[in-house]
Structure formats: C-alpha cells, structure tokens
Design a protein around this ligand. Structure first.
Ligand SMILES: Cc1cc2nc3c(=O)[nH]c(=O)nc-3n(C[C@H](O)[C@H](O)[C@H](O)COP(=O)(O)O)c2cc1C
Length: 396
C-alpha cells in the first residue's frame, strides 16, 4: 500500500494536476494551472470522495489502483456535481459495478440528468452518518456554496473536512500536497481570484456554511482544488469569512477604459492624488488589457473602487459595461465608490455609472467627474477632489 499519498491514517490523496487547460469554466485564466483533488479512505469500507475532470480519468484510476490493487470501492461521496469533479462517475461505475453513490436528493437528480444513472444511490440528509469500520463520516448540507447540491463530508476520527470547492484555489500542487510541505505564498492571490470569480455571488450561503461548521473540530481541510490546509486553516477560514462578508482591505482599485488616452489621464491624476493622501494599495486596471478575472479579484480584495469610462455609442465602454454587470451579478457589497468618464459630443458614461452606483447601494462620493474631450486644469482639480473624497471615506 502506498504511503507517499497518505495524508492521514488510511486516507490518501488521489487528485491530479491540470497544467494544460488555459481557461477554467471556459472563462478564468489558469497561469498556475489547477488541481482536481480527490481522496480515498481505506477502512472496512472503501470510500472515494469526489472524482476528477474527464481529461484525467485514466491517471486517476491508475492512482486508485496503486493504492487498492484489485480491491473494489464501496462508496463514492459526491460533495459537488460540477463536472470537473463528477465527470469520472460513469467510468467509475463501469470499473466498480457494485459502488454506491452517496449524495443528497439534489445530487441524485443531477447525476440522473448528467450521466443517466438511475440506481446505485445512497441518499443522505444533513447530519446523517455513515460508519466505515473504524472511521465514521458525517454529511453537512451547504447549499449554494456554490451549486444547490453542494455538501461537505466530515471525518470525525481524523478531524478532516472534505469541503468540496469551498476553501479551494487555483494553482497545481507541485510536489507538496499539504500546506506545510510547500511555500504557500503563490496560492493566496489565487484563492482571492478563485473565490471572486466562482463563488463571489454566494456570500450569504458561505456565511451560513461557516456558521454550521463553526462547532466542528476541524484540523484538516481537504478541498477539491489547491493545497490541503492544516497549518494555515485559520488564515483560510478568515479569508473566506472576509470575502463572503464583502469586507475589503484599505486600498483602491481604479478600473478604467480608454481608447485614446483621455480617460486614462484622469485615472492617472486620481491615482497620484490617492497616493498623496496616503493610500498605499492602489491597483490600476485598464479593462482592455487586464483580464476580468484579475479585476474582480482586486475589487473583492480592496474596499475602494473607482470606475472610469469613455462614452461609447451613447453607452459605457463595452468592457466597463461587462465589469459593472459582473459586479451586479455578484451582488457586490460594501464598497466606497467613485466614478468618472469622458465624452466628445453627448455624454452618457457618467450617467450610466451614476445609475449603477444607485443600484449597488454603495457608499458613493458625490463628486463624479465628467470630461468633454481633452483634460484641463479644472478637470485635474476635480479628479484630485474625487481621490481625496475616496481617501477620506476609506480612513473613516
Ligand atoms: C466608437 C466610438 C463611439 C463613441 N461614442 C460616443 C458617444 O456616443 N458620445 C460621445 O459624446 N462621444 C463618443 N465617443 C467619443 C469618446 O467618448 C471620446 O472621444 C472620449 O474622450 C474617448 O476617451 P479616450 O480617449 O479615453 O478613449 C465615441 C468614440 C468612439 C471611438
């Protein structure tokens, strides 16, 4: 039996690394790749927790067989049905025809719909327990973190929470699997990005899940993406808590669109003045160059947000339009907000940003700047006033 994969007594890591895919969910860049984590518990009963992306099914089975040999798997726990974790279910049922699939009623409906499997189910409800021999699993329903069927599985004996996508991040596991085996530095920004891109809309369900888990003694978190958390558990839970409360650190994101540089000049003046006011974390994103994934990450990270847009066919600049719709769909909360824009003959961008600000119910500065054509000393002064107002609000 392999010990190199063992993360706790008789619990093995059987996940895989994806260094091939460019975009997660067809949308979010993967410069550091991503891991699909799966875990095998070998007790009197053998249990597999989640599967992996279909591109890696062969490698996945190889890893399982290295540990089990010809011994069959008795149960598959499906904590989350997103295909990067569930896509190997059909193959698993072919190789292990007597396997029972553990999920809640919503999971079961989805497995029927996605994979045409209509039997083999062992349905669980919140708090249900499954004895495996020595170890016992308990199932916690955590709906909408970030699909309706999402649940988590707790192994009391090892104090391990198998958390599904929660507490996950982008980035492959390059040698180390558990946090103390690696330098975790590269994963923190990827955790912000993962949360803001994928889970961001579901702050309230994440808070509910955190409250439900708060009474449980968790020593190890095994998520479906990224490192296994042991030493850094408190930091990881605190990041998820802050992000789901939409709490931002002191700092400002300036996200602007600019075709010919006029709106960008306004952004530069604002950034310079923010720095003069003592704001040290200033992140500027030209929305035509920065990928939306990183802009969202930084907006979730910092409390201050300033958006600038030229008027474009009587609308917002298209990439700014896309950004504001993503913020609305994530129901982004608690931001200190300022905005500015430009036009040449009939301005629309500032009006659109003004109604966006109203809809978001943020703390908005009352001095947006609207510029016709080129920058003037009057507009420079107004941009500086906007920056001062943001800095003042951030320091309150
Ligand atoms: C395709 C296109 C559409 C535009 N539509 C409008 C418009 O509807 N109303 C307007 O006043 N200006 C419009 N403009 C002018 C720009 O808003 C204006 O020149 C602005 O200063 C551009 O900012 P920039 O230099 O940061 O790109 C348009 C410009 C372009 C290139």
């Amino acid at each position: 039996m392999s010990t190199i994969t063992e993360i706790s007594r008789n619990i093995h890591y059987v996940g895989v690394n994806d260094r091939t895919k460019h975009l997660f969910e067809g949308l979010w860049p993967l410069p550091l790749g991503v891991s699909y984590n799966s875990y095998l518990i070998v007790d009197k009963s053998v249990v597999l927790i989640d599967t992996v992306d279909h591109c890696y099914t062969d490698l996945f089975f190889e890893k399982i067989k290295n540990i089990l040999g010809e011994r069959p798997i008795d149960y598959l726990v499906v904590n989350h049905m997103e295909p990067d974790h569930s896509a190997s279910i059909n193959d698993l049922c072919r190789v292990y025809p007597d396997i029972k699939i553990i999920g809640n009623s919503k999971t079961i409906g989805m497995i029927e719909g996605f994979y045409g499997i209509f039997d083999k189910f062992h349905e669980v409800k919140d708090g249900d327990r499954l004895p495996l021999g020595e170890k016992v699993l308990t199932f916690y329903m955590t709906p909408m973190v970030h699909w309706p069927e999402t649940m988590m599985t707790y192994c009391e004996d090892d104090k391990i929470l198998f958390s599904g996508d929660a507490f996950g991040c982008f980035g492959t596991l390059d040698g180390g699997i558990i946090d103390y085996q690696m330098n975790t530095e590269k994963y923190w920004d990827e955790m912000f990005r993962y949360y803001s891109n994928i889970v961001g809309k579901y702050g309230a369900p994440v808070q509910k899940a955190l409250a439900k888990l708060s009474g449980i003694d968790i020593q190890i978190i095994c998520s479906t993406h990224g490192p296994i958390w042991k030493e850094e558990i408190q930091k990881v839970i605190s990041i998820y808590n802050k992000l789901s409360l939409y709490e931002g650190e002191e700092g400002v994101v300036i996200a602007y669109g600019s075709m010919y540089g006029n709106t960008e000049k306004m952004a530069e003046v604002i950034a310079r003045e923010l720095a003069a006011q003592g704001i040290k974390n200033i992140v500027m994103h030209n929305v035509s160059k920065s990928d939306m994934s990183y802009i969202l990450r930084d907006i979730f990270k910092y409390k201050g947000l300033i958006i600038g847009s030229p008027t474009y066919t009587n609308e917002l600049f298209p990439n700014i339009e896309s950004l504001v719709s993503k913020l609305e769909s994530r129901d982004m909360k608690n931001r200190v907000f300022g905005y500015f824009g430009s036009f040449s003959w009939a301005g629309a961008a500032v009006k659109r940003l003004s109604s966006f600000a109203e809809r978001m119910k943020w703390d908005v500065t009352e001095n947006p700047v609207e510029m016709k054509q080129g920058i003037t000393s009057e507009k420079i002064a107004q941009c500086q006033e906007l920056a001062k107002a943001i800095a003042t609000k951030l320091k309150q």
